[in-house]
Design a protein around this ligand. Structure first.
Ligand code: SAT
Ligand code: MN
Length: 593
């Protein structure tokens, strides 16, 4: 193959092989120009792949519906293919690379016949940043091209930076017949390769996102001494103008986007506090020249959950979706050609089409208009609170890591780990009630270490060890402090005990105070818990006694919880770091005291 855009021999040879396999009728290089992207949008509207929304109310916005069986990540069909099974580890699905390539090439063979092969050069991270990495995705879906163009930095400039280098991630996506029986999302970490077939849903096909920026990148990070984490990055600005950065890991659909774009309560706002968004889903983290950890957001857009997003829960996210956005699987309001989802407002449209494409009356129907995992793909540039450091090629310095899950019971509102290794333990035992972001039952507690269970590209035991090794390289005063939060505690009647959303700022405030050594805390078996008086309740209809209730540590319940951790750890055999076994033993001993 020849190209005006690149002479990179490894890339052109790989493309030749893929053309031979897939047999496209046409080949298009995505150069990232506005003319090209506009033409693809027009084509997608023409074929019905996307619906153009009201240009006055939602300029340059589109609606897309996926197949009904293709609405979330498919974890049981997501494979990590390493030569040795134990390198993928007990929490991943594994297949031998030879067997997987064979299976996938059989499924993909000839599948581009009569179709166009789009070649997308993209950068994860600011183009040319020392923390960025380059990928090439080939796809036969315009929807994928247009989403990748929002989610990543796309185009000819990426090929200029790549030059003749062989250091790029190979990504092949084939929509095929979206047949769920032959749907596979497959990572080959040892070959820098991703293959995705028979899906057209975001997390399965936007290969820069979970497949590259987490699964492949976590593996690269282990080998190269950095970290790829399922974390938002936010900057907390204080009245004196100083900004402290926090990275926080929560499982999918547990509010990372809301926390990343949070608006502080009025009392704080009046004093000059503010949150700046650097990222809402993924952080790449590396030690900087001053010995601190620095993070970049490798993405360039937000792939956020639509339901529940509204002017109260997350005005910044909603504003981010007002132009240049692709909506997937939400309801279509035919009266004004806009979109609607559950929780947008209290006024569902009567004259609408639901996410399945059927006529839908939101006033009378008992069915949902939008799928619970319906999404918006919005450019970060739209975000009113986007950090001025967003494009900083060196990233932002991290003061705290925060882990969190969705737990009705047990886990306190916030606690701080006792040390780095204890913090790694806290992340490793994370448990969360499942959500609609992946197929399968919703609402059951599952262990989801560091929110990386579906995203760690190698043996999770080695991943924990990598965390411990990173800690050894950091001076104590430079290492981020590690915390755990839970916004989701409920009382016996099922009511939330904590208001959440903007009021979560009160907890972030305590976290930063702890990082700066400004506030005391009480030591418990699981870590340091705030004194209720140190959580600022100004303007909140809540007493210190009520806060105490969500800070309590129920020793019996924790002993029960740790049985689940025993089970998790037992799966790892000698790949479980000794440091974590020691932490578990000392927490157990402390609970007996
Ligand atoms: O579907 S995605 O993986 O892109 C989003 C998520 O589940 O976190
Ligand atoms: Mn995510």
């Amino acid at each position: 193959m020849e190209s005006k855009l690149t002479k990179n021999p490894s890339l052109l040879a790989w493309l030749d092989e893929k053309v031979e396999l897939l047999k496209p009728s046409k080949i298009v290089w995505i150069d990232g120009s506005k003319e090209q992207i506009d033409a693809l949008k027009a084509e997608a509207v023409e074929t019905g792949e996307m619906i153009k929304l009201n240009e006055e109310l939602l300029p340059d916005c589109y609606l897309h519906r996926t197949a009904e069986n293709d609405v979330a990540r498919v974890e049981d069909r997501t494979l990590i293919c390493t030569t040795k099974e134990e390198d993928a580890g007990p929490t991943n699905h594994w297949m031998a690379p030879d067997k997987a390539y064979d299976m996938l090439y059989k499924i993909a063979a000839g599948s581009y016949e009569g179709r166009t092969m789009y070649i997308i050069p993209y950068s994860m991270g600011p183009v040319g940043s020392p923390l960025a990495k380059i990928g090439i995705e080939i796809t036969d879906s315009i929807y994928v091209v247009l989403n990748m163009n929002i989610m990543t930095r796309v185009g000819a400039k990426v090929l200029d930076v790549l030059g003749d280098s062989n250091d790029w991630v190979r990504g092949m996506h084939c929509k095929c017949n979206v047949d769920p029986e032959n749907r596979w999302i497959v990572q080959f970490p040892e070959d820098n390769t991703i293959i995705s077939v028979n899906s057209a849903y975001g997390g399965n096909v936007l290969l820069g996102k979970k497949c590259f920026a987490l699964r492949i990148a976590s593996y690269l990070g282990k080998n190269e001494g950095w970290q790829a984490e399922h974390m938002l990055i936010l900057g907390l600005q204080k009245p004196n103008g100083e900004i402290k950065y926090i990275c926080a890991a929560f499982p999918s659909a547990c509010g990372k986007t809301n926390l990343a774009m949070l608006i502080p309560p009025e009392g704080y706002r009046n004093k000059g506090y503010k949150i700046w968004t650097v990222g809402d889903d993924i952080a790449w983290i590396k030690k900087g020249p001053d010995g601190r950890l620095y993070a970049i957001n490798p993405e360039n857009g937000f792939f956020g959950v639509a339901p529940g997003t509204n002017m109260k829960s997350n005005p910044n996210a909603l504003k981010s979706t007002m132009k240049g956005t692709i909506f997937t699987n939400v309801a279509h309001n035919l009266d004004n050609n806009t979109v609607w989802w559950e929780g947008l407002d209290k006024n569902p449209p009567a004259n609408a089409v639901d996410w399945k494409g059927n006529p839908w009356n939101g006033q009378t129907s008992t069915e949902k208009g939008a799928h619970p995992n319906s999404r918006f793909t919005a450019p970060t540039a739209n975000c009113p609170c986007l950090s001025s450091e967003f494009d900083n090629p060196n990233g932002v310095p991290i003061s705290a890591f925060v882990f969190g899950g969705r737990r009705e019971k047990l886990t306190p509102l916030v606690y701080q780990s006792k040390s780095w290794n204890n913090g790694v333990f806290v992340g490793s035992i994370m448990g969360s009630e499942t959500t609609a972001a992946a197929t399968g039952a919703v609402g059951v507690v599952r262990r989801d270490p560091m929110a990386m269970l579906p995203f760690c590209g190698y043996n999770m035991g080695d991943y924990w060890k990598h965390w411990i090794e990173i800690g050894k390289t950091l001076d104590e005063d430079k290492a981020p402090k590690i915390f755990n939060v839970n916004w989701f505690r409920k009382d016996e009647d099922g009511n939330f005990l904590w208001p959440g959303f903007g009021d979560n700022f009160r907890v972030l405030d305590w976290i930063i105070d702890r990082c700066e050594g400004k506030v005391d805390a009480q030591e418990t078996a699981i870590g340091y818990i705030p004194y209720a008086k140190d959580i600022n309740l100004e303007g909140l209809d809540m007493t210190e006694e009520e806060v105490d209730k969500i800070l309590d540590v129920d020793k019996d319940a924790w002993e029960e919880e740790l049985k689940g951790v025993d089970e998790l750890y037992a799966k790892f055999g000698d790949r479980l770091p000794k440091e974590l076994a020691d932490e578990l033993a000392s927490v157990k001993a402390a609970l007996k005291d």
